[in-house]
Design a protein around this ligand. Structure first.
Ligand SMILES: [Zn+2]
Length: 409
């Protein structure tokens, strides 16, 4: 295992660096083909068998004693019946990969578990994380578990539930003026000046990003090797999409042509902050930063200012997979939130439901073959951002006594 620049292919030993020394490119954890061993080994202690650590042979931690785990991953895959009918998607298969049930309520736990395990392995006693909320909550929880101090930088607009969750785990929280990119920049400075391990969940931490491939391994296992035609993924800068890409890429390499192929990856952004979708729709190779972001989907409200290259890389992966990118309005996201909870029993925050909103949009446009197999990643729990649900029409009735009840009935 080594680190490899996705831009110039320069390689590095597995040390803690955040970008290529030669070209400032994104680094990924690179496995030689001979290292892509059988994924069905289950040699772990029993209670880790149903977590992402069943794939620990493909994760970057050298010594199992360094693993900081709250039992992340191993999330359920729901087969949709009611919503599928609602959409007239009768011939197709629709699945929801429910990442809301991770220990702190979002998929970020996979990334952070490995990033903080790695920080421990490298001997750090402090971490820093720029976050729109979920990564910060995750970093704070895993830091607490490991006894490492955590500093979390988040935009002042971060939903209060997320801020409260971060504080509850005992982290230091710095609320930063302006959009996410400001928090990102300050976290980078703090990390460089004071030697804090940076576990921000953009492409900065190659070990963390690498862990997101376990989503693909689990999907492949849960679908018994059947590959979805499309996977819908909410994206800010896009490490989750990279994780799914890398997971299927490794499966293709290790299983050869008897097994996996690459699904079409669909990146979903909010219309109020859609730098990658904009570049995709305008047939551009390079992503440019977004101006003023304005959306209820705080988890993907990332204008990419100063790290536009992250978006460019995600765009490349989308095209390599023959996928596409789609933006959805806040109203479409709200409808998807309501539909997910009322047809499927899954309670998601706005970002978490954006994948479904994207699927619905492409379905209604006729861009999805009606007999396709589709998976939507539901990335974060509804408890994390209650304001939007509170503002929605909720059909609440007030009853004072039996006469009110009789009148109501
Ligand atoms: Zn490079």
């Amino acid at each position: 295992m080594k680190l490899k620049c996705v831009n110039c292919a320069e390689t590095y030993p597995p040390i803690m660096i955040y970008s290529c020394n030669k070209c400032d490119g994104i680094l990924e954890v690179f496995y030689e083909k001979k290292d892509l061993n059988d994924l069905n080994k289950e040699h772990l202690e029993m209670n880790k068998v149903n977590t992402m650590w069943r794939y620990s042979d493909r994760l970057s931690i050298g010594d199992d004693d360094n693993i900081i785990s709250l039992y992340e991953g191993g999330t359920p895959l729901h087969f949709s019946k009611r919503y599928k009918s609602e959409l007239n998607f009768f011939k197709g298969e629709l699945y929801f990969k429910d990442e809301t049930v991770n220990p702190t309520g979002s998929f970020k736990d996979r990334l952070v578990s490995v990033a903080i395990s790695k920080a421990k392995e490298f001997g750090y006693n402090k971490i820093v994380c720029a976050s729109s909320g979920n990564a910060g909550a995750s970093a704070a929880a895993y830091a607490a578990k490991s006894g490492i101090d955590a500093v979390i930088l988040a935009p002042q607009s971060t939903p209060k539930e997320k801020v409260i969750q971060i504080l509850a785990y005992g982290a230091t929280v710095l609320l930063v003026k302006g959009h996410y990119s400001n928090s990102y920049k300050l976290a980078k400075e703090l990390s460089e000046r004071h030697n804090l391990c940076n576990v921000s969940t953009t492409y900065l931490n190659p070990y963390g990003t690498d862990a997101l491939k376990t989503v693909a391994f689990e999907l492949n296992n849960q679908l018994k090797g059947e590959v979805p035609d499309y996977i819908f993924i909410p994206i800010g800068s896009g490490p989750l999409l990279k994780g799914v890409y890398q997971g299927y890429n490794e499966l293709v390499q290790s299983l050869g042509n008897i097994g996996a192929t690459m699904p079409k990856l669909i990146g979903v952004q909010a219309e109020g902050c859609a730098p990658i979708v904009s570049a995709f729709e305008n047939n551009k190779e390079v992503v440019t930063a977004w101006g003023e972001s304005n959306t209820i989907a705080s988890g993907i409200s990332d204008p990419l200012i100063g790290y536009e290259k992250d978006g460019t890389y995600t765009l490349k992966l989308i095209r390599d997979s023959k996928g596409s990118a789609v933006s959805v309005t806040d109203e479409e996201i709200k409808k998807a939130m309501r539909d997910l909870s009322q047809f499927e029993g899954i309670f998601a925050e706005p970002t978490g439901a954006a994948s479904l909103a994207g699927f619905r949009k492409l379905c209604e446009k006729g861009a999805i073959n009606s007999s396709s197999r589709v998976a939507c990643l539901i990335t974060g729990h509804g408890f994390k951002d209650m304001k939007i649900y509170q503002e929605m029409e909720n059909g609440l009735h007030y009853i004072n006594d039996i006469s009110d009840l009789n009148a109501f009935l």
